[in-house]
Design a protein around this ligand. Structure first.
Ligand code: HEM
Length: 348
């Protein structure tokens, strides 16, 4: 199929798929309950001078004091005891995430879902299979990695999740960020994403990956291959499926320098990114910003150079065509590739 699509609107050009789950309005829901107080450690009363303290009592006191100190240290350093992690009610965490997605109708297109998906992807997409470094384990974006250029704007997503971390202190940041991406996809009408807990948080930034691992949007198919196939270990089909997440959200001038959404339904997960790529006619946007493409029919949609690479490169284009014509195949391929992405470098 050529790049030039008909200029008259056709139903296939607006593949809005209603989210599978009926979307609840969260705007009027009551604020989340205050976080429960931290588990209290009951210490025996300190022995008074006139109280005869047996060796056994003193031993118990010392052990509890040590345990309290250990718990304090673990909390301060995010080394959460696995017992705490095991006690997390992940269904309740999922609900808490779903409840904040549409908290602010004035944020972007009315949903924090897309930026949460980007957080999960950027937390995971630094993985290097050759060295086993990077990836979602460690939640290293809490350290200097937050200032890497590619992560501009993700503070919004991390801050949004902070009250949920306080409410469920047993979940690691690494688990929370990846789970938030999975829940956001599901809440926006996408497929169920395989997800399991087990990531731990690094105590400091020593495990941060070097800056520059995430893909550069100004580059070509060779760069996409280097990042997704050679460094992370995805197949070409998985690579195309993953980038299909650009069905969601938009580019922001103050974050990446690019502007605009890829689809007309940026809060609905589906194969619209692929149908837009094939059915719209794309031309270079005339502006002073970085090279990006706009749809010729009304200039309201955008594509990055790396997005265009998916239709210019023969090896990738066949999967764009497959996913554009078969939404179920895309759902399955995306769920499996995104689930794999969220586990890169994690030892369960
Ligand atoms: C070649 C690969 C990729 C490149 C170059 C790329 C680049 C970008 C850029 C420049 C933005 C705009 C950021 C902003 O200004 O706010 C963006 C947004 C986004 N990306 Fe990607 N991306 C790639 C792959 C992916 C993958 C694999 C996923 C998820 C699986 C993903 C999910 C998203 C989402 C959901 C947004 C919208 C965020 C929002 O609305 O705030 N991207 N991407």
């Amino acid at each position: 199929m050529g790049l030039v699509g008909s200029l008259s609107p056709s139903p296939r050009r607006l593949p809005r798929r209603p989210p599978r789950k009926k979307k609840k309005k969260h705007l009027s829901s009551p604020p989340a309950p205050p976080p429960p107080p931290p588990p209290a450690l009951t210490l025996p009363p300190a022995p008074t001078p006139n109280q005869k303290t047996t060796k056994k009592q003193f031993g118990t006191f010392a052990a509890l004091a040590l345990a309290a100190g250990g718990l304090y240290y673990a909390r301060e350093n995010d080394l959460l005891p696995s017992a705490l992690a095991k006690s997390v009610d992940y269904t309740a965490v999922r609900k808490a995430i779903a409840d904040v997605l549409e908290r602010d109708e004035n944020y972007d297109d009315g949903s924090y879902g897309p930026v949460l998906v980007r957080l999960a992807w950027h937390a995971s997409g630094t993985y290097d299979k050759a060295t086993g470094t990077g990836g979602s384990n460690g939640a290293t974006m809490r350290f200097q990695e937050a200032n890497h250029g590619a992560n501009a704007g993700l503070k919004v997503a991390r801050d949004l999740l902070e009250p949920i971390k306080k409410q469920f202190p047993g979940i690691s940041y690494a688990d929370l960020w990846t789970l938030a991406g999975a829940v956001a996809i599901e809440e926006m009408g996408g497929p169920a994403i395989p997800w399991r807990p087990g990531r731990t948080d690094a105590a400091d930034g020593s495990a941060c990956p070097p800056d520059g691992r995430l893909p550069d949007a100004s580059k070509d198919a060779g760069h996409i291959r280097d990042v997704f196939e050679k460094r992370m270990g995805f197949s070409p089909r998985e690579t195309v499926a993953l980038i299909g997440a650009h069905a969601l959200g938009r580019c922001h001038a103050d974050r990446s320098g690019y502007v605009g959404p890829w689809t007309r339904s940026p809060t609905s997960m589906g194969n619209a990114y692929f149908t837009m790529l094939l059915e719209e006619k794309w031309r270079k946007k005339k502006w002073s910003g970085p090279v990006q493409y706009e749809n010729a029919s009304d200039g309201t949609l955008m594509m990055l150079p790396t997005d265009m690479a998916l239709i210019w490169d023969k090896g990738y284009r066949k999967y764009v065509e497959e996913f554009a014509s078969d939404a179920d195949a895309f759902d399955k391929a995306f769920a499996s590739a995104f689930g794999k992405l969220l586990e890169l470098g994690v030892k369960f």
